[in-house]
Ligand binder design. Structure first.
Ligand code: CA
Length: 229
C-alpha cells in the first residue's frame, strides 16, 4: 500500500492543472492545486506536502522564484518543474533554483508518474542517520565524519572535511574564495595564497574524479559552487 502522498501542483493553465490533478488522484496521490505563483507559495506554507510540481511560467511569481522560496523553507521536499521550454539554460536555471527534476511540455503523463515515483523512492532512501548532510549521492555524517559517495567511503583530512561541509551547507550557491577563507580557515582572504584552490583540487580528486557527475563547479571570477547538474 502506498502511504498518503500529498502533492502541491502549481499550474496556471486550468485544463492542464485539472487533468493532472485527476490523473494523479487516480494514482492514489492527494493533490492541491494553485493557479498562480503567489497562491502556490501561500499553500506551500500552510500545508505539509511530500512533493511539489511547478510550472515555470506562472503569473504572480514564476516557477524558478517559487522554487527558491520553497527551498529556503524546505531543503528536502522534491520539486519537479514543468515547462514548455526545452533549452538547456532553462533546465540549468531550474536546477539552480533547487528543482530535483524537470519535465518538458507536452509530456506523457506516465513519464511524470515515473519521475514522481523515482523521487519519492529516493526520498525514502535518504536515511537521516544522525547529523547527516546530503547532496545527490554524496552524504557526510558530521558526527562520525564519514563521507560516502554512491556507496563508496571517502577518506578526507580534517580540513578537507570542513571545506566540504561548508560547500554542502551552501549547496546551490556560489561561494567566493573570501567566504571560504573566512568560514573554513577563519582568516581574511589573502589573494597571494592559493590554499583554497589547492584544497578544492584535493576535494575534486577524492569526490569527483571517479564519478561521471561532478559536484564541485568553478564559477569563473566568482568562486565555487556545489551542485548536481
Ligand atoms: Ca504556465
Amino acid at each position: 500500500m502506498l502511504e498518503d502522498i500529498k502533492i502541491l501542483l502549481v499550474e496556471d493553465e486550468r485544463k492542464i492543472a485539472d487533468s493532472l490533478k485527476k490523473g494523479l488522484e487516480e494514482n492514489t496521490y492527494h493533490v492541491e492545486v494553485a493557479y498562480d505563483g503567489l497562491m502556490g507559495k501561500k499553500l506551500f506554507q500552510t500545508g505539509s506536502f511530500d512533493l511539489v510540481i511547478l510550472d515555470v511560467n506562472l503569473p504572480g511569481m514564476n516557477g524558478y522564484d517559487l522554487c527558491k522560496e520553497i527551498r529556503a523553507q524546505n531543503e528536502q521536499v522534491p520539486v519537479i518543474m514543468l515547462t514548455a521550454l526545452s533549452a538547456l539554460d532553462d533546465k540549468i536555471e531550474g536546477f539552480d533554483a533547487g528543482a530535483d527534476d524537470y519535465v518538458v511540455k507536452p509530456f506523457d503523463f506516465k513519464e511524470l508518474l515515473v519521475r514522481i515515483r523515482a523521487l519519492m523512492k529516493r526520498l525514502r532512501q535518504v536515511v537521516p542517520a544522525g547529523n547527516t548532510l546530503q547532496i545527490g549521492d554524496l552524504s557526510m555524517n558530521l558526527d562520525s565524519k564519514e563521507v560516502i559517495r554512491d556507496g563508496k567511503s571517502i577518506t578526507l583530512t580534517a580540513k578537507e572535511f570542513q571545506l566540504l561541509e561548508y560547500l554542502v551547507k551552501n549547496k546551490g550557491r556560489v561561494v567566493s574564495r573570501a567566504d571560504i577563507a573566512l568560514n573554513v580557515w577563519d582568516i581574511d582572504f589573502d589573494t597571494k595564497t592559493n590554499v583554497i584552490d589547492v584544497y578544492v583540487t584535493f576535494l575534486r580528486k577524492k569526490l569527483d574524479r571517479d564519478f561521471p557527475n561532478k559536484l564541485i563547479h568553478t564559477q569563473v571570477g566568482m568562486g565555487y559552487i556545489l551542485k548536481e547538474l
